[in-house]
Ligand binder design. Structure first.
Ligand SMILES: NC(=O)N[C@@H](O)C(=O)O
Ligand code: NI
Length: 169
């Protein structure tokens, strides 16, 4: 039975997530009215970065399943590009992250993306691979394709168990 380190899952806000990337939702700056007022444009919620010669942004759909038991043993980063996850059927998920740079597992934090929130990891942000909370959750993913190695992985010395807040708390 391996030792686990429990960490509390935090509410996903722009301010709290700033060291790791962007939050994609409609609770930030006021939208622009376009299309003769019929459309609200929530403008430039995130920047897509694709570094290196021949790099380009691509769109994919990830259909994810929950990680059970919820124990994080490995994290990864994409040094050459950002990576955005936006739920397509509203699926809540966890963004378990650590700041870019040398990995320090004491700096790992967990955020609850809920009610349709998405995230955009900036290049180099350490994160756990997609962690949906419900089965068959679809996410639109915007990330980088191109030459070079764009995925570094690290094993945690002490696996992490994100702990969701009590219902209604
Ligand atoms: N491997 C892959 O494309 N997905 C991961 O990068 C992830 O963050 O889920
Ligand atoms: Ni990734």
């Amino acid at each position: 039975m391996s030792v686990l380190r429990r960490i509390a899952v935090e509410r996903l806000t722009r301010e709290a997530f700033e060291p790791f990337g962007d939050v994609i939702d409609t609770h930030g700056p006021a939208p622009l009215l376009i299309n003769q007022g019929r459309t609200e444009r929530f403008h430039r919620l995130a920047g897509i970065e694709c570094l290196g010669h021949g790099a380009r942004a691509i769109l994919s759909i990830f259909r994810g399943q929950p990680l059970l038991p919820l124990e994080i043993h490995m994290m990864e980063r994409h040094p050459l590009g950002s990576q955005a996850f936006v739920p397509m059927n509203g699926g809540d998920f966890l963004a378990v992250v650590a700041p870019p740079g040398d990995f320090n597992e004491t700096e790992v934090r967990a955020f609850w993306a809920r009610g349709g929130q998405g995230v955009n990891y900036r290049p180099g942000t350490w994160h756990a691979p997609l962690l949906p909370l419900a089965a068959d959750s679809d996410y639109l993913v915007v990330d980088r394709a191109g030459p070079g190695v764009n995925c570094d992985e690290v094993l945690l010395n002490t696996p992490i168990q994100p702990v969701l807040p009590e219902e209604g708390s």
